[in-house]
Design a protein around this ligand. Sequence first.
Ligand SMILES: Cc1ncc(COP(=O)(O)O)c(C=O)c1O
Length: 390
Amino acid sequence: MKNNHPARMGHPHASATTSSSPPIYQSTAFDVPDLDVLEKLYSGKLHGDIYTRDSNPNHRALAECIASLEGAESGAVFASGMGALGSIFLTLASAGDNVILAQAIYGKTMQLAHRMQRFGITVSTFDATKPEELKTLISEKTRFVLIETVSNPLLEVADIEAIAGMLPPEIPLVVDSTFTTPELIRPCQLGASIVMHSASKYLNGHGDVMLGVAAGSERLMKRLNSTASVFGQNANPFESWLCQRGLKTLPLRMSQTCQTTLQLVSSLAGHPGVRKIHHPSMPDHPAFTTAQRLYPRGTGGIFVIELAGEGKASVNAFMQAASSIPFAATLADARTTLSHPASTSHRFMSPAARAAIGIRDEMVRISVGLEPFELLEGELSAALNVIAKR
Ligand SMILES: Cc1ncc(COP(=O)(O)O)c(C=O)c1O
């Protein structure tokens, strides 16, 4: 039995009081008694904080917690998931370098990579379900490979170990585990050098925080933290504290959402309002076998309903009929939410480019929250009845 349960973590080591909940260090800077102490703080001989853009007890508590949950040496926190990814790009790649990205990846991550081209960084893409494609892409210019554990939104499952096995030791594998969390998979145990998350999602789990985290070796985390400080991608203490609080219930939330998702997927699959359900537990999903092997506890709480109707009009009809389930451009809230990848995360792509990676206008992404299965099943099937009758 693991003794690093998140419910027991996050209490800064020294505290002026015995408060049962950790304090929030809402402070821009930390007083330093003299230059000797300042030198020791900067050189790392003394542990402590100087300026919150560089470090803060709430950041350190959360970073330690993530590192422990991921089984990594060290952790780092950022203003958002994109802040974490931005810091990774800016730390690991320079002009003339190349980065390799999974082709099915969160839309903003794709945009970030393409903006890096302005700084002379080239971007290649590969199918993360076919690790052997890397053979022809890796060159002496490749600085890192970036994949998602389970991709947003089509839930392709990457075989992390096989991908890591294709890379020479000097090329780090960076894994975005936002959809899966350390409850379901721990990429650093499978050969990844860095695991990162949008902590705005499951790690916090309550839809009220913007935050990113990463874990890996101490050397890499120090470099990411230093970039984040220079480029202002640092987190703030209150959001780190909120995420620390949310993490305490991560095991319960992940187990509940995985179970409800499996029930919903199997009960809605044959509905006449559904053309197809995209979820790795469906035998016709391309990731079915890999998911059974890598994710015995489930792949999280996201699935996609491809509606039986045509185009965005059917999505509008579905949203209006399912009005008790809010539409929100996020996922992993405690409440169930709907989203439309073609209009949100992947809206910057042309319809043809979306079609090429399998994203259709009729796809609605469902993020299953903590409500009971019976309630959600009733609401979703009633809304699908409206689609079936159109
Ligand atoms: C898989 C994935 N990675 C990264 C991000 C970016 O995170 P944030 O919104 O916290 O910047 C998101 C956001 O939805 C995401 O889904």
